[in-house]
Design a protein. Sequence first.
Length: 247
Amino acid sequence: MRTYAIGDIHGHLDKLEEAHRRIAEDRVRVGDTDAPVVHIGDQVDRGPDSRGVIDYLIRGHEAGKPWVTLKGNHDRMFTGFMADPDSHDAGLRAELHWIHPRLGGETTLASYGVERAGERLLHDLHEEASSKVPGAHMTFLRGLPTSFARGGVLFVHAGIRPGVPLAAQSEDDLLWIRRDFHDYRGDFGCLVVHGHTPVDAVTHYGNRLNIDSGAGYGHALSTVVIEDDKVWLLDGLGREAIRPTLS
């Protein structure tokens, strides 16, 4: 039971292409062409080429590649803005808006040729964005699933709320949860693989695996391969074992 997973991309097409090259090399080494590749969410924002990332993912899905692309909170904020420039995501602090420099919406719009987002009235900005962002991109992002389960592993963007069955989890938690999920040391009944909260390096906590190594902040985009209960980081030389941390 082999599954590949890629952390938060955040508009870095070059890093995404490198991640898939590493997966292709590993497939050759192990003789596997069918194992799924899970993109953990947050395709857009902060990086320079969100448009290119979405084009790349759409092409892969349309070509029938064994890919799963999950919805992240940044993906939902993008689609929310495109539906209504006054929208405010339920997980976002009241004083912030998607185009705030901390969130990266301005760079996403720039990748579509919509410039100076932070200096313009929202409704004027939205009018131009509506003419330049392909409807197919919005359809793709809105339709992304929020979780993917395979074997004893559950893939979600941010995490899950402890004690709540998967079928009853709210989308807000799956896309935004942090502390209640991170602080839980019990058994989730599966290994939860997630991103959302950057760490210095891929970290295995025993009950969860964080694969967001901060690509959106200029750091590496991490790629892992999971086989049953074993995890490896794919680096330029091959596989590096990731073992649970001792607590």
